[in-house]
Design a protein around this ligand. Structure first.
Ligand SMILES: NC(=O)c1ccc[n+]([C@@H]2O[C@H](COP(=O)([O-])OP(=O)(O)OC[C@H]3O[C@@H](n4cnc5c(N)ncnc54)[C@H](O)[C@@H]3O)[C@@H](O)[C@H]2O)c1
Length: 251
């Protein structure tokens, strides 16, 4: 049985990835920082009668998480195969007023947390001489300019380059690394943004925003051997928006 880690997985895209991976027979170690979200995700997985998983409550960008993860990997069934680096926080803000505290947190969770998690997984795969596959969740805002998302977009652009660059070091180890850039996707979080679905539906060439399964289907493809000759790539899943790119409110 292949074992896969998914971070930021208590709701939204991450939780859907956990459900799909469990259904496909992977053993999944998933993570969530918020304890109430963690509990509700555990209940949802129980409702789906899925037992081939274990959750770790904690901050995926912390050292403590990596030490908990090392223990959990040792104490659970299956052979380590990969990781979905999905934790990410979105902060909106105008460039001229953007506060340093928000930047520090954004860089820690989105960039350095992802960097060191990939480093940790790659070392384990190297030690065990196992091949593997890593998928990073980026964003269309890492490809296109977008109002009030300069800081967030910068972090996602950094991840796109991280994935491209790591081909040099991970390919000789037999580890593939790719990214998925979601466009507007309906999740518990985005449902709270005023007019999110209506506005993005109007400006998405395919005429609808994504649901979480649209993104997780792409993530599972990049994780699996179906994409065995693909590495260093970022797949955009956005109903065509980046080819056109009008901002919300412009149509
Ligand atoms: N939903 C979208 O429209 C959209 C679009 C583009 C990119 N993305 C990216 O997809 C990923 C998932 O987004 P989403 O909207 O499904 O989920 P979300 O923003 O609701 O976050 C998912 C979960 O991650 C948890 N989390 C946040 N920081 C964490 C940390 N440091 N450690 C562990 N857990 C943490 C949150 O508590 C939340 O439950 C993110 O990286 C996001 O940037 C989402």
């Amino acid at each position: 049985m292949k074992k896969v880690i998914v971070t930021g997985a208590g709701q939204g895209i991450g939780l859907e990835v956990v459900i799909q991976l469990c259904k496909e027979g992977y053993f999944v170690i998933w993570n969530e920082i918020d304890s109430s979200v963690f509990k509700s995700a555990s209940l949802q997985l129980e409702k789906h009668s899925l037992t081939n998983h274990l959750g770790i409550l904690g901050d995926s960008s912390s050292e403590l998480f990596l030490s908990d993860l090392a223990k959990t990997i040792n104490n659970t069934p299956g052979t380590l195969y990969g990781c979905i680096c999905n934790s990410g926080i979105t902060t909106f803000g105008n460039f001229l007023d953007y506060p340093r505290e928000s930047m520090d947190l954004l860089l820690k969770v989105n960039v350095s947390g992802t960097f060191f998690l990939i480093q940790f997984i790659a070392k384990l795969l190297k030690e065990s001489k196992s091949k593997g596959s890593i998928v990073v969740t980026t964003s269309v805002t890492g490809h296109q300019a977008h109002p009030d998302l300069v800081a967030y977009g910068m972090t996602k652009g950094a991840l796109i380059q991280l994935v491209r660059n790591l081909v040099v070091e991970l390919s000789p180890l037999g580890i593939r690394i790719n990214a998925i850039s979601p466009g507007a996707t309906l999740t518990e979080r985005t449902a709270l943004i005023e007019d999110f679905e209506d506005q993005w539906t109007k400006i998405t060439p395919m005429g609808s925003i994504a649901d979480v399964s649209d993104i997780s289907n792409a993530i599972l493809f990049m994780l699996s051997d179906n994409s065995r000759q693909i590495t260093g790539q970022t797949l955009i899943v956005d109903g065509g928006w980046t080819s056109y790119s009008p901002p919300p409110g412009s149509v």
